[in-house]
Design a protein around this ligand. Structure first.
Ligand code: IPM
Ligand code: MN
Length: 380
């Protein structure tokens, strides 16, 4: 940690210029990206910073144009940037490719690894006015939901070796994935959970399967030791992942910050997505081990929802998740906290005052992608 923690300051002598790579991807990605870029531009004018971005192909469109879901030309543009603003990848067109060549796996996993994006921050936020969007009963979430999942993103069973399929002498096929963690990987993600909890002023629940898995036994021990040494004031608890899945559905607000390994986080964050209503509202950040040219973490910012092929091209997708992902980029990678909060407040104001895309309309008249963006801009 540097002597001056730039992430908590928000004043600059000169007008900063932040560079970022724009990877809209497939499906609704390009439509919602356009709106998010407009919001970013206006926030730069309002809060006094310049934004300089370059577009590049990722996912299915990159397979079509370059033969690879994550081409080198895209990687170079990302390397020259302070952050990556990501849309979404995949769609029916590429579904018949072998799994390891499909856009999701062949773009997302290598880009996470290439930039050591080990910390996935997924806020689970449901405004009280939108509780109708949640499948949970209203009385369980009277004031909405406000939790956040910190998921380890570059280790565990996703990347562990050996990972292979072979034919055994008896003719059976056998497949192996390996779940593996070492101390330093657990400590650095624990630090992100601590920082997040401190910013929110509350507590961390670490999720594992320590009644069965060796990696979880280590996880729990390292998390305990690390919190004891570095954050004794942050309340820490532990929960088995099966119970956590149940508790999330029963009473999500008993949690504040969830801390967990890669695969558990994948599953729990989808559950969090559904209890928070529409995926069209959920942003995410994947933060790296490396700092950018402004001394802040390099990161990749993407909506939690997918490419929504059923509505792609119709101009009706909810742009809020992409806009909120852009706000996270301003906060974590550029240190522009005021601008980030202003965008978040503008989205909340637009939605709660009744401007809604179809996914969150519930009887109200619904607006299209561009009109939703305009409402956010009006509130900014
Ligand atoms: C996610 C996705 C990815 C993951 C897939 C598409 C590789 O589900 O970002 O949660 O499993 O991490
Ligand atoms: Mn997932």
């Amino acid at each position: 940690m540097s002597q001056f923690n730039l992430a908590t300051t928000n004043y600059n002598d000169d007008m900063n210029t932040y560079t970022f790579a724009v990877l809209p991807g497939d499906g609704i990605g390009p439509e919602v990206m356009e709106v998010a870029l407009e919001v970013l531009k206006v926030s730069g004018e309002k809060f006094g910073f310049n934004l300089d971005y370059k577009n590049a192909d990722i996912g299915g469109i990159a397979i079509d144009n370059h033969g690879l879901a994550f081409p080198d030309s895209t990687k170079v543009i990302c390397e020259e940037s302070d952050a990556i603003l990501f849309g979404s990848v995949g769609g029916p067109k590429w579904e018949n490719l072998p799994p390891e060549e499909q856009p999701e796996r062949a773009a997302l996993l290598p880009i996470r690894k290439a930039f050591s994006l080990y910390a996935n921050v997924r806020p689970g936020l449901l405004y009280p006015q939108l509780t109708d969007a949640s499948p949970l009963k209203k009385e369980r979430i009277p004031s909405g939901i406000d939790i956040v999942c910190i998921r380890e993103l570059t280790g565990g069973i996703y990347f562990g070796q050996p990972k292979s399929t072979k034919i055994l002498p008896n003719g059976q096929q056998q497949a192996i994935d390996t779940m593996v963690y070492q101390t330093s990987e657990i400590e650095r993600i624990a630090q992100v959970a601590i920082d997040t909890a401190r910013a929110r002023g509350s507590k961390v629940c670490s999720i594992d399967k320590a009644n069965v898995l060796e990696t979880s036994v280590l996880w729990r021990k390292v998390v305990n030791d690390f919190f004891e040494e570095h954050a004794p004031e942050v309340e820490l608890s532990h929960m088995y992942v099966d119970n956590a899945a149940m508790q999330l559905a029963r009473d999500p607000n008993q949690f504040d910050v969830l801390l967990t390994e890669n695969m558990f986080g994948d599953i729990l964050s989808d559950e969090m997505g559904v209890i928070c209503g529409s995926l069209g509202m959920l942003a995410s950040a994947s933060l790296g081990a490396n700092n950018n040219s402004h001394g802040h973490p390099f990161g990749l910012y993407e909506p939690s929802g997918g490419t929504a092929p059923d509505i792609a091209g119709m101009g009706i997708a909810n742009p809020c998740a992409q806009i909120l992902s852009a706000a996270m980029m301003l906060r974590y990678s550029f240190g522009e906290l005021k601008a980030a909060s202003a965008i978040e407040k503008a989205v909340e104001a637009a939605v709660t005052s009744g401007t809604r895309t179809g996914d969150i309309a519930f009887g109200l008249e619904s607006v299209d992608t561009v009109a939703m963006g305009t409402a956010v801009l009006t509130n900014l």
